[in-house]
Unconditional design. Structure first.
Length: 226
């Protein structure tokens, strides 16, 4: 058993390390850019609702419709559909850079809805208290909504990152690299079941690490706020 594991690692260890690195790069970069887009959109969705601090019925409906359309597109179809846009932005349709653009475009609407849900959990009494003290809308967002929603936002971030991890595996089907690419090229096309098993185990480990880390952070922030 140990000899077979040693032989497998000697043959495929470098590929697995490279695939894990590429997957983490795709997740990290796309998460940052997706939140730069999705967080403001989620805030706008929340505050523009009829009961929000900046009620705009039609703006909220139009923005919500656009976000719903973005969430409805299957990732692999979206990735292929915007390949020309991806090449325009990063100069290539393939590899890790070619996967980041569609990952961001796909994740941003999902994150926007996660943020909207998190902000909806903020106690309305706290918001009303801030309004009664003359706080501006921007101050309420930065000093009330976001700080009060931090534990929920952290849990939402873990769900978003795990979702992106799944998308990176799909991206491997069209030459994006990462663990998904290894599973397809070696595990399926070259019939190496041990490689398929190794990539699945690594993805499961990454999911568990992400889930545990963000759950711990959420609990810590919740205790601090209380």
């Amino acid at each position: 058993m140990l000899e077979s594991l040693s032989a497998f690692w000697a043959e495929y260890g470098d590929l697995l390390l490279e695939g894990t690195r590429d997957t983490l790069i795709m997740i990290g970069v796309s998460t940052v850019f997706a939140y730069l887009i999705g967080l403001p959109l989620g805030v706008l969705l929340s505050i523009s609702q009829p009961h929000g601090i900046w009620p705009h019925k039609w703006f909220n409906r139009i923005l919500g419709w656009i976000i719903n359309v973005g969430r409805s597109l299957p990732f692999i179809i979206l990735m292929i559909a915007i390949m020309d846009f991806t090449k325009l932005i990063v100069g290539t349709k393939l590899g890790v850079p070619g996967a980041i653009v569609p990952l961001v475009v796909s994740a941003a609407p999902f994150i926007a809805r996660m943020v909207e849900t998190s902000l909806a959990e903020v106690d309305a009494g706290v918001v009303e208290a801030a309004q009664s003290m003359g706080a501006s809308r921007l101050q309420i967002v930065w000093k009330v909504y976001l700080p009060e929603a931090v534990p929920s936002l952290i849990l939402g971030a873990s769900i978003s990152i795990i979702t992106l991890l799944g998308y990176t595996a799909i991206a491997g089907a069209v030459g994006a690299g990462g663990l998904g690419d290894l599973a397809i090229r070696y595990g399926y096309q070259r019939s190496v079941p041990s490689m398929m098993l190794a990539t699945v185990v690594l993805i499961i480990v990454l999911v568990q690490i992400i889930q545990s880390l963000f759950s711990w952070l959420s609990t810590k922030m919740d205790k601090r706020l209380r």
